[in-house]
Design a protein around this ligand. Structure first.
Ligand SMILES: Cc1cc2nc3c(=O)[nH]c(=O)nc-3n(C[C@H](O)[C@H](O)[C@H](O)COP(=O)(O)OP(=O)(O)OC[C@H]3O[C@@H](n4cnc5c(N)ncnc54)[C@H](O)[C@@H]3O)c2cc1C
Ligand code: FES
Length: 284
């Protein structure tokens, strides 16, 4: 699968129209957007795990993971948390409003290596945004993957991103979908409670040599999740994680995202294997 089709000049934002927007929870909104130029909208290709730079005139730019799947061309989807200046302005956009997007950037998940293997996707909090792209891609190309597991943890039922979408996925017989919340303040949560590592019991029968793991969540999650994955004897290069760093240009020019003195996380990441992480100080 090729992911080289950028919108045009990689440095120049392409005009995009906001098609649809709605809240995923109190702080995070879902944005569905499309290039104004329909030909570019349909030809844009990307890999799950890549990100785009969203720009607002007079304010600036910021990186956001793509949450849609390249297997459904035309629309790009994002899940954005309001935290500061840029995201406040993005939240002020109205449906049909026009703004700029450039990309895609970053390495994305090594889809061709994962194909033919089982896939376990482990997401927490905002980590659901990039991993939804991988999950939808794998489900849309179901015959190219072995067993697929989704383990998703959120703090509370109300905070769980894409909750209804995942509830519906639980009905599928070609996906093992397990959801948990740290605490059920509604008293009506029908699934597991406890942190996401509690769901590892569901993975008792995996074949570690033929299974890839994809992990994304809050920084504290990685340590505990990786420890559980290692107990299953999964090779380190098959444990993949998307890691965020402060980024400015997204194209290897400004140096804002460098770690360990020479690693450009905007080019070599945001997806890293646990093997990479072990050999590069400061990744997690
Ligand atoms: C590769 C990549 C993918 C991303 N994907 C998403 C996504 O899918 N959805 C989403 O909501 N956000 C995502 N982010 C983070 C997003 O870029 C920042 O939230 C945004 O730049 C904040 O801009 P701001 O001007 O609103 O806030 P600022 O005024 O810049 O910051 C407000 C607060 O947020 C914190 N903050 C800012 N940027 C980051 C960051 N990268 N990581 C942690 N804390 C940060 C600051 O420390 C500060 O406390 C991603 C970042 C990267 C590098
Ligand atoms: S963000 Fe500018 S070099 Fe990576």
């Amino acid at each position: 699968m090729k992911a080289e089709t950028q919108l045009q000049n990689p440095y120049e934002p392409e005009p995009m129209r906001l098609i649809r927007r709605y809240p995923l929870n109190e702080d995070v909104h879902f944005f569905q957007v499309r290039a104004v130029d329909m030909e570019k909208a349909l030809s844009l290709n990307y890999l799950p795990g890549q990100f785009m730079m969203i720009s607002i005139n007079g304010i600036g730019e910021a990186p956001f993971s793509i949450s849609s799947t390249p297997s459904r061309p035309g629309l790009l989807e994002f899940g954005i948390r309001k935290v500061g200046n840029m995201t406040n302005r993005i939240f002020q956009l109205k449906e049909n409003g026009i703004f700029g997007v450039r990309g895609p950037y970053g390495n994305g998940f090594p889809i061709e290596k994962i194909k033919g293997n089982d896939l376990v996707i482990i997401m927490g909090g905002l980590g659901a945004v990039p991993l939804r792209s991988l999950l939808l891609y794998a489900l849309d190309n179901r015959d190219q993957f072995g067993k697929i597991y989704l383990l998703h943890g959120a703090r509370t039922p109300d905070e769980m991103l894409f909750r209804n979408e995942f509830f519906n996925m639980m009905k599928r017989d070609d996906l093992f979908c397990h959801l948990t919340v740290d605490q059920d303040d509604t008293g009506q949560w029908p699934f597991e409670t406890g942190v996401v590592t509690r769901l590892f019991g569901k993975l008792a029968h995996i074949d570690p040599k033929n299974t890839y793991f994809a992990v994304c969540g809050p920084p504290v999650m990685y340590k505990f999740v990786v420890a559980e994955i290692l107990k299953l004897n999964v090779p380190k290069h098959q444990i993949l994680m998307t890691l965020e760093r402060r980024m400015k240009c997204g194209v290897g020019k400004c140096g804002h995202c460098i770690i360990g003195g020479y690693i450009y996380t905007c080019l070599e990441g945001p997806v890293f294997s646990y093997w990479d992480v072990l050999h590069m100080k400061g990744l997690i």
